[in-house]
Write a protein of this length. Sequence first.
Length: 420
Amino acid sequence: MAKLVIEGRTRLSGEYYLSGSKNSSLSTMVAAALSDDTVILDNIPANTDVLTLARILQDLGVDVRRLGENTYEISGREISVPIAPYDLVRRMRGSFYVMGLLLAKVGRAEVPFPGGDAIGARGIDLHLQGFRAMGADIRIEHGYVKARADRLVGTSIYVGRSSVGVTVNLMLAACLAEGVTTLENAAREPEIVDLAICLNTMGANIRGAGTSTIKIEGVPQLGGGTHEIIPDRIEAGTVIAATLATGGEVVIENCVPEHLRTPILKFMEAGAEIEESQNRIYVKGPKRPKSFSIETLPYPGFPTDLQPQMAVVAGLADGVTSIRETIFESRFGYADELRRMGVSIDVDRDIALIRGTDRLSGAPVETPKDIRGGVALVLAGIAADGITEVYGIEQVDRGYERLEEKLNKLGARITRVDER
Ligand code: EPU
């Protein structure tokens, strides 16, 4: 158990260099294992979800080598065990991508129900529907999804809820399937485009990624290649929210402003001054943020993964902010903890109404089982008066690389305390 102890009321300033996208890394690492050749992935962030996925892949017999802090070499030549380990899969949602990998490459998969953030029901029905449509025979037994298919067959599939995970899993499965798979209502997130670029570099034939119709023509096998993961747009938005909450001035380096089109409009509505150049965003926070309204939506709408961080900005804003969460049923798990810090927040089903105060008050708080809810508490601690202790920080480590070190470079005063 570890906690962060934060001395608050600091104004963030300086340059911040983004890591690679967590969610892109998870899907491309699994994609790399589809090949018998060697795939090199660069700009993979050193967070614990990535490390867990690497261990899951190794358990299946995938050769995963870490060549440097952020570089991995992966080959699926030796995949031998089609059974994914419960102990690791239960820790994260992205681990379910091994279902697409195993079905496509081995023709058999036994994968436990995935875990991850407790932010809603997070079913796997739509994944299974897709695999069944491609000819897989699927049973659920003893907490495992057991699937078989001699060779998956391409078909037309409507992706329910425009799900990111379903789009990824079916793209992985379709690459080695017989014939053409068409995904309608596919997710359009930049991470999907990144995955398609990686797979195409390996010899796949994917068209339309980034639009709601993706066509994948199966090939007999995939080859090797090198791919660099895109910068993490959610980390960028997290730092921009921190800058807004602290009235700071920060330049975010190595980012793709285009991936943050809608959030940037909302940051400006909250009073941020923003200037963009090709791979950099300059942000200056106002003396006090203004209230705003947000509705989370699939890309290119406002991302649910930035919703908790913006609740902290709302907690300091002049006026009442409304936040509507439409992707997950319960992503306000941080609300009780923010209340401890003096935020007035009323949650009614999918809507939170937040009345801002000009001072947050540092307090001991516990991270909910949600990476973004946890990081929101860290931001609140940086902005608040006095000391904030954020317990259960392992939750946040799942999605952020060297979090306190990077924020301390901007002037935050955060110390990690190992409680063991
Ligand atoms: N859904 C179902 N059935 C399914 C699949 C999804 O009902 O079979 C529902 C989900 O419960 C949710 C909605 O569909 O209500 C959309 O979920 P989606 O499948 O798009 O989410 P995901 O793939 O599980 C990924 C990210 C999340 C991010 C969401 C939305 C990864 C590993 N995870 O999750 O990231 O919030 O897309 O953009 O890529 C995070 O990074 O903190 C995080 C939670």
